[in-house]
Design a protein around this ligand. Sequence first.
Ligand code: FAD
Ligand code: NAP
Length: 315
Amino acid sequence: MSDTIEQLIIIGSGPAGHTAAIYAARAELKPLLFEGFMAGGVAAGGQLTTTTEVENFPGFPDGIGGPELMMRMREQSERYGARIKTETVTSVDLSKQPFTVSTDSTSFTARALIIATGATAKRLGLPGEETYWQKGISACAVCDGALPVFRNKPLIVIGGGDTACEEALFLSRFGSGITMLVRRDVMRASQTMQQRVASNPKIEILRETEAVGVIGEQFLTGVEVIDKTTRTRRVLPASGLFYAVGHAPNTAFLEGQLETDDDGYLITEPGSTTTTTPGVFAAGDVRDKVYRQAVTAAGTGCMAALEAERYLSAR
Ligand code: FAD
Ligand code: NAP
């Protein structure tokens, strides 16, 4: 256990965590930020490290690569004095002041906490999924899609959101043909993304179609699907299956100490980042299932830092 009581610990390293760190560091709170070590299976820097171009973060008229944007945010945090630890927080004790924050190797205490742990890609739990996970099945096309095993092969993406569209577009550079399985007759993705997939000749969209199982030998060879309107089943040949079915908030390490909604998202006071425990603030996707954008995560990271600063100065 470290002897020093920190003013502010930030847990998480996406746009929310780093924006909070930049504001808190400039306010001379000397924040300590835990960036995680493959926390929830995602690299430090969060979800944007799993994407290519980010075209809607202000200030980059030509777009910017997701990993580069996160590297720049990390540099900016450090430049203003945030201290960064490449460790995953495994538990916290919020029952008394100062709060305790523990990793596998040690513990720290702090007067205020910002939880900015984001969200992790969901799996579907299809029959055969465990056998072919990383042997054809992946939750990140941008990370795995360019592997030789997927080149010039039929590939399938499950999901109808922006991520699914983005993954299908990315995979269209490598696969022989991309099939998107969309469970409803409408897609959740933005109009821009829907138009991009619709106009890509390599992408076919099967609506009202769900995967029910996967088959293969040493590697994946096909996905069994059901057409929900006709109830007919068939196997689509596929060397790659990419999940893009949304994310779950990374709140397990809190062990129920903060109030969440039914999906595990942290509850904050309306118009604020204050959680149910005074001195603990939540920012980014871990508290947001509506907007879930880099810029909104950064916005609530800023709010959390300002609110933490006010909380600390009032103590
Ligand atoms: P995250 O980015 O999820 O980062 C949190 C990170 O904290 C984790 O990944 C992990 O590294 C760390 N962490 C987690 N748990 C712990 C722990 N216990 N201890 C220590 N560290 C921990 N949004 C846009 O605005 N534009 C886009 O173009 C865009 N493209 C996207 C593409 C993809 C493929 C995906 C999946 C999302 C995209 N988004 C985009 C959404 C955007 O990435 C998220 O809204 C944003 O990253 C959320 O930021 P965050 O800071 O809340 O958390
Ligand atoms: P999302 O918007 O929640 O979409 C998830 C998709 O998966 C939906 O089509 C959903 O179908 C489907 N789905 C969920 N569970 C399923 C299941 N069991 N079987 C089959 N399909 C299932 O998630 P996302 O696409 O990852 O996007 C998350 C956030 O990041 C969004 O706010 C998005 O705008 C943002 N993002 C932005 C960009 C960009 O701006 N370029 C890129 C990527 C992501 P239903 O619609 O039927 O629920």
